[in-house]
Every structure is written in C-alpha cells, then in structure tokens.
Design a protein. Sequence first.
Length: 286
Amino acid sequence: MSNLQEKVSGASNPQALSQFAGTLALVGAGRMGGAMLDGWIGLGLDPARITVIEPQPAASIEAFAARGLRINPEAASICPDAVVIAVKPQIAPEIMPKLAALVSPATVIVSIMAGRPISFLADGLPPDSAIIRAMPNTPAAIGRGITVAVPNARVTPAQRQFADALLAATGAVEWIGDEALMDAVTAVSGSGPAYVFLLAESLARAGEKVGLPADLAARLARATVAGSGELLYRSQVDATILRRNVTSPGGTTAAALDVLMAADGLDPLMERAVAAATKRGRELAG
C-alpha cells in the first residue's frame, strides 16, 4: 500500500479531502490556485496540511495561516505527498529546479499549467515521477468549472483518486488517456468561457443595432446568457432538445436560427475558431 493510499480513503469523492492525513503543497496561488485552495478548505481539507508557495499571497490566503496553513516555509521543511503546480507557464523553467527538490518517489505532481506537456515536467523532475497534467477553466473560481486530466504511467490508482478529489473541488472532472487530446481540450473548455463571454458582447451589440439602449441591451444579453447556461447546467436533457423547446415553427427564434444554422453560420465559424486554438496550443507546447 502506498503512502498516499494510507493517508486518504475513498478520495474519488471530494468530501474525502477531509480525511486526508498527508501533506499537500500548492505552488502558485493566483486566481486559479487560490480558487482551488478555497475549494479544498471548503470541503474540509485541514489548512494545517497545506503549504503554499507564493511570492505575493493574497490577504485571503494569509488569513488561513491562523488555521495552520504554511506560507513560503524553508524548502527543506516541505515533504509533500502531493504537489499542485498552478503558476504561469512562462515561469515554469525558473521554478522546476526548486520543485524537483520537493519531490520524493511517493509524491504525485498535478500541473494545471497551460501548454506544458508531461514530457516538459518529467525532464525537470526526478526520474519516474508520478505526473498528472490537468486543464481547468475559469468557472472554477465559483465552483462550476470543468477540468480534464491525463496521468503518466507512474501514477498509482490511489494517487489518481486523490488528484480527482483535488480537482473536483472546483467543478466536474474528466479523465483521458491520450495527452495529444489536451490541445483540443484547451480549445474547447479551457478557452471556451471567452467564447461565451463574446457571445454576450455580440448579442448586446446586435440588440443595439435594432434599437435597444446600450445599457438595456447589455443587461438583457448578460442575463440571457447566464440564465441559459444555468438552465443547461441544471437540465437533464441535452442542448439540442433545449434549443428545440425554445423554437416555435415559423416564429422569431426560428427566423434567427435560420441565419445561425446556415451553411456559413455558427458551426463553421466555431469549427475554425476551435481549430485555430488547437493549432496554437500545439505551437506553444512545441
């Protein structure tokens, strides 16, 4: 039985974070790292079991120090069972030597750095390190994100279960076996929130064009996109059925959809956008 398996039970459920008896290091506590930290502690993970390495910790993170959270201790005092890397990918080459010093054969590394493949991490860490690459998205900040993760061959079932619990603290988690899919994942769910926000902007501008005051058009577009997203989240039926439920034959919605679903409408435009993001992701990964 591995060290991690002894220290956490049933970790495929985020509630199991409260049972974790090991140690966790969070490297980078900006927006995404901070959101994950809030999620972990909210689900019962003892702050005293967490070490945060962050040059400029927010006041909200420093407040957890009163509950035992360690912030920027001496590296020699850190012996984590798991390390979550949540720094910007641009500074990854700078921090990898420091990270390598924290990793033991029993440590699992979970990286949410965009564009940094497992091979990059493996090159900077001790041989045979257990590594998981994950791609969350910004709705994680409100616990409504989705993360896609891929493990290397060194990750044990117990380590994968614990990583699943960590990632599930900010939303849904999907696992894949082929890391080559991560560029497409990034193009769909990683970048996807920006597409939705653009839809709200575009809808508001279109409302102005047909005579609505700008502030009213913006409020209508924002509420419509947000409410529709919530309906889609809560509904047990898929998006196609929800769309059809709104569309009366020969009505106003049908007239708009005739434009959006035309041969040169939304589908080919979105296909080009996602293909461009996927291509760029591959370029950034080298």
